[in-house]
Design a binder for this molecule. Structure first.
Ligand code: ATP
Ligand code: MG
Length: 223
């Protein structure tokens, strides 16, 4: 097995918020993925590489061992299913909430014509589970983005989407209606790498665990 430890993560908020934690664990990227077109980034440690991929592809790369570890949102992990992965640490970054939202007059579980409500979402599995748990029969419509549009043009009655500040909903005349669960990003580890690269994976895990605890203490203090 190769001597390299490969870490998969997406650019944007996950990269930005994971970097301070990785830095505390002694790993610094030599390039910025926002300006570099490279998909494999070197780090200060010649034995550690970062691969920059779509957020929703991170579990797949780690599952198949193309990356040893990764950073992925719980939303993405729930959709993926988590096969072949360990999820040993909540990094407490990229935090938001998975919510049901709709027009202000929308009522969950009700339509005047008694048809099943249509729910537009990227998070099909989570949405299905949520409504099934409540015993509500709904029709899920899979979208890949801009869920906020769906209720405005009559594609769906409601959406299931991630909400941080609620500004995007508000800008589109929508309101949050129901909280499904809190979301944050997790460290995921390939099961084979967990065994074969145990010492290095464990060292990274413990350094990140300490960094998360420190960061957590700092936010608690400033709150
Ligand atoms: P893509 O843009 O490639 O379709 P994405 O929208 O899932 O994928 P990002 O917007 O970078 O990618 O989000 C990455 C992760 O960050 C999400 O999987 C989720 O866990 C978290 N996230 C998404 N939106 C928010 C938000 N508004 N606030 C905080 N965290 C968020
Ligand atoms: Mg996005």
């Amino acid at each position: 097995m190769s001597d390299t430890l490969t870490i998969a993560l997406s650019k944007g908020r996950i990269f930005e918020q994971a970097m301070p934690l990785l830095a505390a664990a002694g790993i610094r990227a030599l390039e910025d993925p926002e300006t570099s077109r490279k998909l494999i980034l070197d780090t200060n440690d010649p034995r550690v590489k970062l691969v920059i991929i779509r957020a929703s592809d991170v579990p797949t790369y780690v599952q198949y061992g193309a990356a040893d570890v990764g950073v992925a949102g719980k939303d993405v992990l729930l959709e993926h299913g988590g096969e072949g992965l360990y999820e040993p640490l909540d990094l407490r970054i990229a935090r938001c909430r998975l919510m049901v939202a709709g027009k202000p007059d929308a009522v969950i579980g009700e339509r005047r014509d008694r048809r099943r409500q249509r729910i537009a979402t990227k998070y099909v599995r989570s949405a299905e589970r949520h409504f099934a748990t409540k015993g509500q029969q709904v029709e899920i419509i899979k979208l890949y983005g801009s869920m906020e549009l769906a209720p405005l043009v009559g594609l769906a009655d409601l959406i299931v989407d991630l909400v941080e500040s609620g500004k995007t909903l508000k800008a589109n005349g929508l309101v949050p209606l129901e909280h499904i669960r809190d979301i944050s990003s997790r460290l995921v580890v390939n099961r084979a790498a967990w065994k074969m690269k145990h010492a290095r994976v464990t060292a990274l895990l413990e350094a990140l665990r300490a960094a998360v605890a420190t960061q957590q203490g700092e936010t608690a203090e400033s709150a």
